[in-house]
Every structure is written in C-alpha cells, then in structure tokens.
Design a protein around this ligand. Sequence first.
Ligand code: DUC
Ligand code: ZN
Ligand code: ZN
Length: 485
Amino acid sequence: MTDRYDLIVRNARAATASDTFDCDLGIAGGRIVAIAQRLPSGAADREIDAAGRIVTPGGVDAHCHLDQPMVEPMRMADDFETGTRSAACGGTTTVIPFAAQVKGRSLREAVDDYHRRADGKAAIDYAFHLIVSDPTDTVVDEELPALVNEGYTSFKIYMTYDDLKLDDAQILTCLEVAREQGAMAMIHAENADAIAFLTKRLTQQGKTAPRFHGMSRPMPVEREATHRAITLSELVDVPILIVHVSGGEAVDQIRWARGKGLNIFAETCPQYLFLTQEHLGLDGFHGAKCVCSPPPRDAANQQVIWDGLADGLFTIVSSDHAPFKYDDPQGKKLGGEEPSFEYIPNGIPGLETRLPLLFSEGVMGGRLSLQQFVALTATNPARLYGLYPKKGTIAIGADADLVIWDTSTKRTITNAMLHHDVDYTPYEGIEVGAWPATTLSRGRVVWDGTNYLGTAGGGEFLKCGRPEAAKPRTRDGGWRSWTGI
Ligand code: DUC
Ligand code: ZN
Ligand code: ZN
C-alpha cells in the first residue's frame, strides 16, 4: 500500500454494483490505491470529507452525440468541450459518443476526423463508438475489423434516417463482422418505410406541429423493427444491444427474445421515464424541445420502462444526448420559425441530468436499489464496452472517477444551472433530491458542487477492449448452422 496519497476521500459511504461499505479512499496517480476503514491522518496532500455522503463510481454515458457532423446547415450545439463540461457537472466521468461514417466515405476517415474534433477539448475520458452507414466490401472486410482491433469495439446500425439507414442484408453483413471480431452491435430499431408513409399521410392533412412527430413513429414502428433486429441477430447468432427502448411493445419483444435464450441487451434513457407525448404538444412550437426518436410515449409505457430497470431487462441507462438549440436556424428551427415536424432535428440534451434524475426518482423514489443505479449507469456500460474495471467501479487499481452525492438539498432543474451549450433543457421545472457535490475524474476535482473546475484537454481517449458479452467467434455457427453450410 502506498504511504502517501495525492488525495484521500474520507468517510465515504461507497456504493458499487454489488455492495455498500464505509471507507476512506486513497488516491494516487489518478487511481484508487487504497480502500481502508481508516487511512492515516496527514497521509495525503489533500482531503475531501464525504461524511454522510454516498460515493458512487463516476457515470459512464455510453450513448451521447457530441460535435457529430450533420447535413448542413444543421449543427450540434455541444462539442467535446461543452459536452464533457456538462457531463462532469452531472457526475459523468466517461462518455462514448459516435464517430459517424458519411455514406460514400470511409469509416477510417470518420474516426480520424472525430479525433481531431475531440483532441484537446474533452474534460473527462472518452471512447468512440462507430456508426456504419455504408458497409462497402472495404469497410466490412478491412476497415471495421482493423478498427475493432484498435479499440473501437462497438458500432451503431440505424434502421431509419435516410443518411444512415441500412437494409436488412447490410445489417446481416455487419452483424457477421460483429460476431467474427467480437464487437458489440447497437441497433436503432425503427421501421423507416413505415415512418415515411405515416409522415406523408400526416403532412398531407396539414398535421405538421411537433406533436405529430410522435404520431409518425408510434409504438408498432419500434416494435416491428425491434423484433426484426432480434431475428437478424438470431440468424447470425451474435449479441446485440437495442438502444433507446421507449416502451412496452419493444420491451415485450426483448422479453420474448430473452425467454428464447437469445443474447439481447437493452438500453433506455431518461426521456422515456420523465417525458411523455404531452411534452411534444407544448404551447406553440415548444414541443420541438422534446422531439427525439423514438419519441416519448405515455405514463403506462413509462411504468413498463421502470419495471424493466427494476427487474433486470435493461442493462444500461444512457442519455442519448443529441444537442440542438431551440431558437436557432441550425437547430430546432432549421426549417423556419415553426417548420413541419419532419424538419425538426431529432434529439434532446441530457448528459448532465441523467444521473441526478435517475438517482432522485429511481433510488430516492424507491424504484431502484443503489446497486442497480450504479450498475445501470456506470458498471454495466463499462463492462458492455470493454472499459471495466478501469472504469465503472470503486476498486483498487480503478481510475479514481467518483461522484460524492448531495442528497440533502432539493433542487429544481433549470437550464440556467446546466453547463451544456443548449438554450433549454426538456427537464425544466423537475425537482430532484440529489445532485453531485463533487465529481472526480482520475482524482482531479472537475466539479465542486458550485463550480466547474475541469480543463479542456484533461480527458484522455480510451481504447475499448472486447465487450465481455461478445467474444470473437469463428466462421462456424450463425447462419451456417441454420443452412447446413
Ligand atoms: N435519436 C437518435 O437516434 N439519435 C439522436 C437523437 C435521437 O433522437
Ligand atoms: Zn438512435
Ligand atoms: Zn443516439
């Protein structure tokens, strides 16, 4: 045991995904190097007294979008500097945004470009997922396998959005690469043709207000695509993660698949717990602030999502932070002052509010145990994407990414208290009973409960290991076992 520490966090009520225990935490070189009932006085240059406070691993937000290149003139409001600043102030210490391939261009180029966007800007550590939008032979046979080997071990596949979507044949091809390389495929499950059909019929009838966004992608649109994604993964015999699951009928498909013994993981997000379709109908154009896909549903669906968190259906909770300013012709007002819902950029901000919302309503509201909260927001995402145990836990040798929680003060969320570069929060006015009093990123205080203390460039790029759930497998099995080939 080191005798001297850079920092001691004293009297912590530390919570991991499995236990809660009272301890002092000794930190040196950015890592946790001692966990003891009592560390000697004077053994550290600095001490933080966490008496009476719960200390959890820093959050791992494994689904967020920062400075992602958009079709002009659309522009994301947060880059790596403002996005990671906001994350840090909300207790998140690792983010995994997406290096998105542009159709017709290479995946490698997307990764190189995304590094340039992140370099010197991130305040907390970050890894990259890939988005595969154009699975050419070169991408499938060369670029994707090489990138997985280099630490980009997960990629997202879209079943909707014209500039990103893959057809079923392309999805199968990509899933086969995931199987052979031991990568995690994340699937955005919505039926593109059904959305296009419904959008056309709605707009033909003049139904263009933001609330019709929800009606253009009702639950069956997500249910069908979720079932199809599960079937494609079954054919290839590879685990997949269904991202941003919004409600009951998609949950039913995942339960059914699990019942069959299929390896299907599921993610949900705070918008499906705290927002409903009513928010899309807010006065005037303000419903645009809650336009995201899949859309928020209703109270009954919210309950199904809470139940799925409590009973283990969901593996992770991510923000799907996709930041667009409201009063901005490059943001929500892209198509004019009150454009048709089809032109409203999809996505809402949520990096900073993810943990406080879930801690308050989940843990303090009696819906989740503290262990479930830690698992869903830190440990499981770290495991799923090959960052564990460096990230996502409190253990000797783990990075000293920690959140010391203030659960004694009630706060009402306002956009003014947040640190992103977006001009609204969809959670304005919601009261929370928990907020980070301190966030540590590799032992450095990046948030002290009042002030952001991080620095652009303080965060490091993380190469991901192979996801625990997705070990590389040979060419045998998968569709071959169905066809006898
Ligand atoms: N939906 C997505 O698929 N990505 C970003 C934001 C959104 O709403
Ligand atoms: Zn998505
Ligand atoms: Zn997303």
